[in-house]
Design a binder for this molecule. Structure first.
Ligand code: ATP
Length: 496
């Protein structure tokens, strides 16, 4: 039950520009303080600073100031503050844990939790079943769970970042009373960032205004009209004094673009993610290289004839290894690597869009999600599987040629070329019809696997766990179907 004071507080943004300059912030035990100010002024930054979440240091924010709490002093220029428990605006509940587990995990990781805090937290949750899933809680229940979780963390100050945004007047007042009651029972201060102050003013002891002109915190009387007048004044000044407002670049840059523009935009985005990112190319290249080495090394070192095969059957072995490598082994490994990686990405991407209501927003905005996103994914999976097959075949062939050269260092590489490609290229140049079947296998795998990933990704999602499950299902189903497609088409190749 002690006061908190920060003296000489200066906060600078990454890349320069000050949010606060040599100001003082004081929070007394039991009191509720509203922090108001223009948008972008730095209110959330102060909350993050007190909660120890501001990225201070190289290329980040710079902070100076001395925080005093009881007999502790924290030098903010090189120590993080650990005094603030934050109730996040979007609640940030752990949706893979039940309601009670969300509270337990906070209590179990608090340095100490006084038994009275359990009572205070439980009092907020009379209407929430302890085993309820977070997805099944109403907005108000989630908010109270988030507050109860922070109460159990037992930090010296409660921090709320716009807790009343989106609440009706009655709910906002009820929330205010709840915070007021908690501060009194717990003997701790609360700092509330708020844009809509009217509903919270009745419970506020003090109002601090972030003055973006003077870069300091000034106390204003807790009167709605006075606070609003100050807010308008600081918003109008906004640190720019009488300088003319810069031209707004938005109207011109929005312009009008065709559906084709957006389709190509998504096509390019997914091409990069699914087919062309450097890590993807390295991963596929490594798989092909290993396959090229393995098939050539073991093809020649299969020693049942005591080395006889190596010399006498050299030419035919080379033809056989070339055929199996290029029509069966490399296409299979290339398809499996491609589908496993990309089905995980597609299920995660679509699952996140489902969870964050992006598809609903697209529907509401009459943006054709299927036309843009699903088509772009499927096209890239079909075309990309062919392109990456070509890359894999080239890398595997090079790998097997170099492996052969290690085994037969006296021979010219032209010899390898003549035999290795004998059944793959007609007249040494044109791909044989067999390669058409190979292309069919990989393209069909890409098509079916992407369809499966999209369907699994689109299923309703109410938590991050649901997305993780979808990713695993999508990989398993995609790889299984790839194996089946390759087996069926390979058998058909022999039949026709
Ligand atoms: N990661 C970042 N890198 C650089 N600047 C940042 C970063 N995060 C925030 N800022 C800048 O710091 C300033 C303060 O941001 P902050 O979110 O604290 O404002 P705020 O007062 O909470 O705004 P609002 O009321 O709109 O939520 C803004 O100018 C913002 O653009």
């Amino acid at each position: 039950m002690t006061d908190i004071t920060i003296d000489n507080l200066t906060i600078s943004r990454p890349g320069g520009g000050r949010v606060l300059n040599d100001t003082t912030l004081e929070l007394r035990a039991h009191e509720v303080v509203l922090l108001v100010g223009p948008s972008g002024g730095g209110k959330s930054t102060i909350v993050k600073l007190l909660g120890g979440l501001l990225e201070v240091g190289e290329d980040g924010w710079t902070v100076t100031g001395q925080l005093r709490h009881g007999d502790r002093t924290i030098d903010l220029s090189h120590e993080r503050s650990d005094i603030g428990g934050i109730v996040f605006q979007d609640h940030a509940l752990f949706d893979d844990l039940s309601a009670i587990e969300n509270l337990r995990i906070a209590a179990d990781h608090a340095t100490s939790t006084h038994p009275s805090l359990m009572r205070d937290a439980a009092a907020l949750l009379a209407d929430v079943g302890p085993d309820k899933r977070i997805a099944a809680c109403s907005g108000g229940q989630r908010q109270r769970l988030a507050i109860a979780r922070t109460v159990l963390a037992d930090r010296p100050v409660l921090l709320f970042d716009e807790p009343n945004s989106g609440l009706d007047v009655v709910s906002a007042r009820r929330l205010g009373e709840l915070i007021r009651g908690l501060c009194q029972v717990m003997g701790k201060p609360a700092l509330i960032v708020a844009h809509h102050v009217k509903d919270l003013l009745p419970i506020a002891d003090r109002v601090l205004l972030l003055d973006t002109r003077g870069r300091r915190l000034i106390e204003v009387p807790p009167d709605a009209d006075l606070v609003e007048a100050e807010l308008v004044r600081t918003s109008v000044d906004d640190g720019r004094g009488t300088a003319p407002a810069p031209a707004n670049p938005w109207p011109e840059s929005i312009g009008r673009r065709s559906g084709l523009h957006w389709f190509l935009r998504y096509l390019a985005e997914y091409f990069w993610v699914l087919c062309a990112s450097p890590l993807m190319l390295i991963y596929m290249g490594m798989g092909a290289l290993i396959m090229g080495f393995v098939s050539m090394w073991f093809g020649f070192n299969y020693n049942s004839f005591g080395g006889f095969l190596k010399s006498v059957l050299h030419d035919e072995t080379l033809v056989g290894v070339g055929l199996v490598q290029a029509t069966v082994a490399v296409p299979l490994i290339s398809s499996i690597l491609f589908v496993a990686r990309n089905n995980a990405i597609i299920a995660a991407d679509i699952g996140n869009r489902v969870l964050s209501s992006q598809f609903k927003a697209m529907e509401n905005l009459q943006i054709p999600a299927r036309g843009y996103i699903f088509t772009a994914i499927v096209i890239n999976m079909v075309v990309g599987s062919g392109l990456l097959l070509a890359v894999s075949l080239a890398v595997a062939s090079w790998g097997s040629m170099e492996t052969w050269h290690l085994l037969f260092p006296q021979q010219h590489r032209e010899l390898w070329q003549d035999h290795f490609f004998r059944k793959l290229l007609v007249n040494g140049l044109t791909p044989s019809p067999k390669m058409g079947w190979v292309l069919l296998k990989v393209a069909l795998s890409g098509l079916v696997a992407s369809g499966i990933a999209i369907v699994i990704g689109m299923r309703p999602k109410d938590s991050v766990i649901a997305i993780n499950t979808a990713i695993a299902q999508s990989i398993i189903a995609g790889v299984t179907v790839t194996l089946m497609v390759h087996a069926i088409v390979s058998v058909l190749t022999l039949t026709f």
